[in-house]
Design a protein around this ligand. Structure first.
Ligand code: TYM
Length: 326
């Protein structure tokens, strides 16, 4: 069986973008692939975090995974920092990755510009991500389009390592769906919907109340030509809502356009809000049941056992190939 793996950062409540770009893809594929899903807590500390909040967010994210429909019987679920081999493997890979390539990563350029005191972890972040992926010899990595460049870097790192030291890693591919790969901000639809957005009216979070969700969607920025047509360039707001609608119903873009051919923007927005509310309220109900359950620890105990065993094998193989140790 082919393998898929992905991770999300436990920084604040995840957005509708995270849900559609990553989690929903994992849910949709969990019967088809041997699935690995982890909590990327070590990536979270590349920027400053409050320890108490971070700790709470890790547990919350696990409950969110399950509430979204991730089946612990079908997924190996674990916390990145509990598998110490990731950081070790990342170091081996760092020593085989050029500094210049890392400085050219789009996300690094954006984030380092925003904070001149950025950490060196922000620069090496994609190598840790490559370690997360390459450790498990995965075939596909379900992500949103913003992480595509990092998955491609993981590919290049694997190809290069195999060339230098002999066959060590499987070459992974990003798994990106046709719609929903980049959900945009509702207020400024030319920008990605992001947890850290300045205006939270543009961001739907998975635990937002029904009222908040409806308000944000009804007030979403659109244009004035009153045609429900997918045209990212000229109609980014409406195109974003079409994307959301399509991702949550599995209808194609064309089918969504057809369905709302004679509708007004207000009608289409209301239908989209109904859809999002429906999807998220059922997740929220399950989340409330799960958040204090003992099951969470058991799932993590099982997951880390499997993950650590596989990672140890890869770590030992790399050590031997590189010529480390006695
Ligand atoms: P993170 O936590 O920033 O985002 C988690 C996932 O959500 C996707 N995503 C989006 N998809 C669609 N529309 C959006 N607006 C949107 N915003 C975010 C991201 O593409 C991602 O798939 N470095 C990663 C976590 C990570 C990882 C890994 C992922 C660490 N190691 C190994 C895959 C494999 C990150 O920070 O994602």
């Amino acid at each position: 069986m082919k393998k898929i793996l992905t991770g999300l950062q436990p920084t604040g409540t995840i957005t509708l973008g995270n849900y559609i770009g990553a989690i929903k893809q994992m849910v949709n594929n969990q019967d088809k692939y041997n699935s690995y899903l982890f909590i990327a807590d070590m990536h979270a500390i590349t920027v400053k975090q409050d320890p108490k909040t971070l700790h709470q967010n890790i547990k919350n994210l696990l409950a969110i995974y399950l509430a979204c429909g991730i089946d612990p019987q079908k997924n190996t679920i674990f916390i990145q920092s509990e598998n110490e081999y990731h950081a070790n493997i990342s170091w081996f890979l760092e020593c085989n990755t050029s500094f210049g390539v890392l400085t050219r990563m789009t996300q690094f350029k954006d984030k380092s510009k925003k904070n001149e005191k950025f950490t060196s972890g922000l620069l090496t972040y994609p190598v840790l991500m490559a370690a997360d992926i390459l450790t498990y010899d995965v075939d596909y990595v379900p992500v949103g389009i913003d992480q595509k460049q990092h998955v491609e870097l993981a590919r290049d790192i694997a190809i290069n390592f195999n060339k230098v030291y002999g066959e060590t890693f499987k070459i992974p591919k990003p798994l990106i769906t046709e719609t929903g790969t980049k959900i945009m901000d509702l207020v400024n639809p030319t920008k990605k919907m992001s947890k850290s957005s300045e205006n939270q009216n543009g961001v739907i979070r998975i635990l937002d109340s029904e009222k908040e969700i409806r308000n944000k969607i009804m007030k979403a920025t659109t244009d004035s030509d009153n045609q429900i047509k997918f045209d990212v360039e000229n109609k980014p707001g409406i195109s974003n809502l079409i994307n959301i609608y399509s991702a949550l119903t599995q209808l194609t873009i064309k089918e969504v356009e057809q369905k709302f051919l004679n509708s007004s923007y207000a009608e289409f927005k209301k239908a989209t809000a109904d859809l999002v509310v429906n999807e998220l309220t059922s997740i929220q109900e399950k989340y409330q049941q799960l958040i204090n359950s003992k099951q969470l620890n058991e799932i993590l105990d099982n997951g880390i056992k499997i993950a650590r065993k596989e990672a140890k094998t890869k770590y030992e193989l790399m050590k031997t190939k590189i010529g480390l140790g006695r």
